[in-house]
Design a protein around this ligand. Structure first.
Ligand code: ADE
Ligand code: ZN
Length: 350
């Protein structure tokens, strides 16, 4: 669709108002410093930071690993079902405010089970918040269980088996944590098992890792979406394949700048990905750590990149619905609402 008649001045409001799906966010990455300190106090957990301000000052990351070290320290305050409920409800309320109509949420059970928190506590707490948010705020959501790639495949297989009593409470599996040195092939068996169980499969690839990791995620893990994937542009043949096979990329602009994947937002390759015909989407990754939720990501990218206008905004929101694992009937409703929003804004811009 072409909405080039909509002026740039209308973009920030339009980006905020348009309905969208969020497909790449780690629920543990939505823990704001205020909630981290409140939960630490409630649970008697000692943090290696004196105050919320001191914690925020530590958010000066140089690469993925420098972030992950702080992210796992933050998650250490999560112990009880109520903690998982509070975290997820806070995110869902914030997302609903950004006109996110559907969220597919990553969670990292191993970050919690390794500290002695039962997987049941994690899944039940998160699911309760998701049901409450649907009933009270109208936002739909689903869980994707991620394996930590710095741990072994045996540990991932054991985690999947532990999660099976709650099989109906998550829709898929993913792969996250330290990418370099942990190629997708390491998790071939656990992904095969997940596919056998009828789960959706996605993986982080091509955030810091090379295009070969994206190819291995597709060929060995047989993933349906690539999380990040921005380094695909280093292989023109891979870009052509991703476009031809319509493999979605869940791109996270503020995350990429914070973790120094790109030097600045003005250097981000989101416009190039869209120009190549890829099913790119915009997401927040770890919103509490990277300077904003999904609308902040849209606004920052569109402000810094003059190639992005109203037509690209429509395409990105449309891609988020096309790439989601929701039912076709829901997708049809969201697509119609998206088109109605853009038609209305185009009409008043004339
Ligand atoms: N876990 C949380 N955020 C992540 C990211 N951006 N990459 C890999 N693992 C993560
Ligand atoms: Zn991520």
């Amino acid at each position: 669709m072409n909405f080039d008649a909509i002026p740039r001045s209308a973009l920030p409001a339009l980006l905020r108002r348009m309905p969208k799906a969020e497909l790449h966010m780690h629920i543990e990455g939505s823990l704001e410093p205020e909630l981290i300190f409140a939960l630490a106090q409630r649970n008697g957990v000692k943090l290696p930071y004196a105050s919320e301000e001191a914690l925020r000052r530590a958010y000066a990351f140089t690469d993925l690993q420098s972030f992950l070290d702080i992210y796992y320290a933050g998650a250490s305050v999560l112990l009880k079902e109520q903690d998982f409920f509070d975290m997820a409800f806070a995110y869902l309320a914030r997302a609903a405010d950004d006109n996110v109509v559907h969220a597919e949420i990553f969670f990292d059970p191993q970050t919690h089970t390794e500290r002695g928190v039962p997987i049941e506590t994690v899944i039940v707490g998160l699911s309760h918040a998701m049901r409450r948010a649907h009933a009270e705020l109208g936002i739909s959501s689903a869980l994707i269980l991620c394996f930590l790639r710095h741990l072994s495949e045996e540990a991932a297989l054991a985690t999947l088996e532990q999660a099976l009593p709650y099989r109906h409470q998550f829709i898929g599996v993913g792969l996250d944590s330290s990418e370099r040195g942990h190629p997708p092939e390491k998790f071939a068996r656990v992904f095969a098992r997940a596919r056998e169980l009828g789960l959706h499969v996605v993986a982080h690839a091509g955030e810091e890792g090379p295009p070969a990791y994206i190819e291995a995620a597709l060929d060995v893990l047989k993933v349906q979406r690539i999380d990040h994937g921005v380094r695909c542009v280093e292989s023109p043949a891979l870009v052509q394949r991703l476009a031809r096979e319509r493999v979605p990329l869940t791109v996270c602009p503020l995350s990429n700048v914070k973790l120094c994947v790109f030097e600045s937002m003005a250097r981000h390759n989101l416009p190039a990905l869209l120009d190549a015909g890829l099913v790119a989407t915009v997401n927040s990754d770890d919103p509490a750590y990277f300077g904003g939720y999904v609308n902040d990501n849209f606004v920052a990218a569109f402000e810094a990149l003059p190639q992005l206008g109203a037509s690209q905004a429509w395409q990105l929101a449309r891609n988020s619905f096309d790439a989601s694992f929701a039912d076709e009937s829901h997708k049809a409703r969201w697509r119609a609402a998206l088109d109605a929003t853009f038609s209305e804004v185009a009409r008043v811009s004339r």
